[in-house]
Design a protein around this ligand. Structure first.
Ligand SMILES: Nc1ncnc2c1ncn2[C@@H]1O[C@H](COP(=O)(O)OP(=O)(O)O)[C@@H](O)[C@H]1O
Ligand SMILES: CC(C)(COP(=O)(O)O)[C@@H](O)C(=O)O
Length: 278
């Protein structure tokens, strides 16, 4: 049989962000704010003689999760279940990394602290350009305000109970956007001046950032306009071709454009769901 563990890590929707380049991967990342959501990535890991990874229905490339195993020098059978579409601004890469590092730590008794795991996930995100701030945010729960790059940069976590709705129309290459100097310049200029203290302020900051960021795909314009007309706070899922919106009235509006998914603010970060050490 061999030892096995099941872990879960939540996803994260960025509302707005600004890239910061430090002198190491740990001081490189982003500032900004976003929502850790109650959908994320589940990893089932069992020790094995060779690495075997299956993601979702098995069609996705396994390079990201393979990176976790090879960097730790371990071999395992891994099953990854992704709760939201990948590449669509739900921080599934950071969630996958956090869940996989926690699972490996559990299966192989590596003795890594939660902080060390977050640092490893953040390092992979920055090195491969799959994210800048998601690993820091999704290491805990809540609506997260980050004022410094890296995993120690979280200033505030709020836990509003409001329901959220999200609709996705496709992916955006996080790598191509965050490695474009021109795009990062415009994004930095769009960064809001005031830190949010409430969900409403976070949504206002996100909507104004989206408008000025130069990142808004034209197909999202009518979706955001319909939300605005109905008085529903809404913004773009950074970095994906999608919209997230607050409150129960959002469902009906988003239904006109796609298939909305109901989300809540996650109360926690990564968790171990099952541990089998026999
Ligand atoms: N949970 C996951 N498990 C395995 N691979 C993943 C996962 N999430 C993302 N990836 C890989 O990383 C690539 C980049 O993802 P990214 O755009 O950063 O996703 P997201 O916006 O969801 O964080 C994807 O195309 C996919 O190959
Ligand atoms: C917005 C983004 C740079 C990417 O987010 P995602 O596409 O979900 O990986 C995020 O990591 C952030 O720093 O806020």
């Amino acid at each position: 049989m061999g030892r096995s563990c099941v872990t879960f890590a939540p996803g994260h929707i960025s509302g707005y962000f600004k890239r910061i380049d430090g002198d190491s991967v740990q001081t490189t990342g982003s500032l900004g704010a976003g929502i850790v959501i109650d959908k994320g990535v589940t990893v089932r890991m069992q020790e094995a003689d060779k690495i075997n990874i299956k993601i979702g229905d098995g069609t996705a490339d396994d390079w990201l999760i393979r990176e976790v195993l090879t960097s730790l020098g371990v071999k395992a059978d891994v099953r990854v279940t992704v709760g939201m579409p990948m590449g669509a601004g739900f921080g599934m890469s950071a969630a996958g990394l956090l869940a996989a590092y926690h699972a490996a730590n559990c299966v192989f008794s590596l003795g890594l602290s939660a902080e060390e795991i977050s640092k490893k996930a953040h390092a992979v995100e920055v090195a491969f350009g799959t994210g800048l701030g998601d690993a820091a945010a999704a290491s805990g729960g809540g609506l997260v305000v980050r004022t410094r790059p890296g995993i120690a940069g979280v200033k505030l976590r709020l836990y509003p109970k409001d329901e959220l709705w999200a609709v996705t129309f496709g992916s955006i290459s996080t790598h191509d956007v965050i490695t474009s100097e021109e795009k990062m310049h415009q994004v930095a200029a769009a960064f809001p001046g005031k830190e949010p203290a409430t969900l409403a302020e976070f949504m206002e900051n996100s909507a104004s950032f989206t408008e000025k960021s130069g990142l808004l795909p034209p197909n999202l314009l009518p979706v955001l306009a319909a939300c605005k007309e109905a008085g529903v706070p809404a913004s773009m899922t950074m970095l994906g071709n999608g919209v997230f919106a607050v409150g129960s009235a959002a469902e009906k509006i988003l239904q006109k454009f796609g298939e909305p998914v109901r989300l809540h603010v996650s109360s926690s970060g990564p968790v171990i769901l099952e541990e089998n050490h026999v």
